[in-house]
Design a protein around this ligand. Structure first.
Ligand code: BGC
Length: 450
């Protein structure tokens, strides 16, 4: 099969997404056995789970300078190398502290890839395909989360947590090898004064349906690069870039603070709190949630370049709000206490499906899309870094506070809180997020955000 450069970059970024999903998801199943082996207290347990997120914050920060100085491919190679080192070290960890360190290294890899992969795709895709190509990256994240569930289940009988981490080495090696076969981003090449190299890459983009006019593209990239200042970090905070920064950081926070990872990381706990007495039923219900997460991402792949980013975001947030309110009501009704799967269990599962489905075609992919396309060339690396870092920070806050919030407000109250944040997010999107569908990155820069 002949794949255009754009598609090959998307597939490669997909491997990055897969690792992101796998390595954030795998800890859920591994944790139980690690706890037992190293005799962890609940605090050490929380530390272990948070290590990846702390590493990801650091990785997202480092990604900016790496992307600017070394390029998009080097950033992905560094991330892949960190994944390999971290996964091998985690699988071989002799002590809990060593394991924490290894998971931080993996986290740094995730942080770097979460900035570099969508940006690399956005910069090499023709405008009218850019949304769906970045949405493929989100699809890969969801596949990674699902794969982690399956691998965890597979090895659970033998309590083989080391194998769970070791499996992550395979996609990481493919990532490092795969990136060597791909060209650098033409936008970065122009930025480094390598115009001829950029032209050569542009000639390989597009396909029969999506043509790329090489000279026009080059001229517009040139024009955008000419206005770029020296200090990219300063540029990210300059007055002209501020609207883009507000949109990107805002969306990254919204993606997390509306609670998605309470479901991704704690679904079995939520089902048990809702009164599902059987652990097996709770685990299988969580697997179905993960399948809905994957399946619904296709809606975004299909529609994000046809209908646009804003409509999907707004519809998604409305659906998420409705599902969160429904969950709050289900919890307010109290536990039915029966041992078989009853109507209330069905309602809980249904509400979580609706919530995850609406997330998966809206905030899931579109946040990554908009972050990767909204910054001007002068601030693209650092801008992406800052926004992504904010997202990982939001993830850490939600993950660390969820269980305490349940103690404080109850499950129902906690979901109601996320519903309120979702409603505020609708206002944010309607007022501040511009429609970027079908525009080139340079048009977005000159027409929409400055
Ligand atoms: C988010 C992750 C989340 C995943 C769920 C991603 O876009 O960044 O935090 O776990 O979607 O599919």
């Amino acid at each position: 099969m002949h794949l255009t450069t754009t598609r090959r970059v998307a597939v490669l970024a997909g491997l990055g997404g897969l690792l992101f999903g796998y390595d954030t998801g795998v800890i859920g199943g591994a944790q139980l056995f690690i706890e037992k082996q190293f005799d962890l207290s609940s605090l050490s347990d929380e530390v272990l789970v948070s290590c990846v997120l702390v590493g990801a914050i650091v990785g997202a920060l480092l990604a900016g300078p790496i992307l600017t100085n070394w390029g998009r491919r080097a950033a992905i190679t560094s991330a892949g190398t960190l994944f390999i080192i971290g996964s091998v070290a985690a699988a071989a960890a002799p002590t809990a502290w060593f394991l924490d360190g290894a998971r931080i290294v993996v986290g740094v890899g995730i942080g770097v890839v979460s900035v570099a992969a969508p940006l690399y795709v956005a910069e090499t895709a023709p405008a009218e395909q850019r949304g769906s190509m970045v949405a493929l990256y989100q699809l890969a994240i969801t596949v990674g989360i699902f794969a982690a569930y399956l691998v965890d289940e597979w090895f659970a009988a033998d309590e083989a947590w080391r194998a769970m981490f070791a499996i992550g080495v395979i996609p990481a090696v493919l990532l490092v090898i795969g990136v060597r076969t791909l060209p650098e981003s033409p936008r970065w090449l122009v930025d480094r004064g390598r115009r001829d190299d950029a032209r050569a890459v542009l000639e390989t983009l597009g396909d029969d349906e999506h043509t790329v006019d090489v000279e026009v593209e080059l001229a517009t990239i040139d024009a955008a690069a000419a206005t770029a200042g020296d200090s990219k970090w300063r540029a990210a905070f300059s007055r002209g870039v501020r609207p883009a920064l507000v949109v990107a950081v805002g969306l990254a926070l919204i993606q997390q603070l509306t609670g998605i990872n309470t479901v991704m990381y704690y679904a079995p706990t939520i089902f048990k709190d809702a009164g599902m007495t059987s652990s097996t039923a709770a685990i299988w219900a969580s697997v179905t949630v993960s399948i809905v997460n994957m399946g619904s991402t296709f809606i975004a792949i299909r529609y994000v370049d046809r209908k646009g980013r804003r409509p999907l975001l707004v519809i998604g947030l409305i659906g998420m709000t409705a599902a969160l309110v429904a969950l709050a009501v289900v919890f307010a009704l109290g536990s039915s206490g029966g041992s078989s799967f009853d109507a209330k269990d069905a309602l809980t599962v249904g509400a979580l499906w609706v919530y995850v489905c609406f997330f998966a075609f809206s905030l899931g992919p579109i946040v990554w899309i908009v972050i990767s396309e909204i910054f001007p060339a002068s601030a693209r690396g650092p801008g992406n870094s800052i926004a992504t870092m904010a997202g990982w920070g939001g993830n850490l806050i939600v993950s660390l506070t969820f269980l305490s919030l349940i103690d404080l407000l109850g499950d129902g109250g906690t979901f109601l809180l996320y519903a309120v944040i979702s409603i505020a997010s609708i206002v944010f999107v309607l007022r501040l997020v511009p429609e970027t569908r079908g525009r080139t990155l340079e048009q977005i820069e000159t027409e929409l955000v400055s």
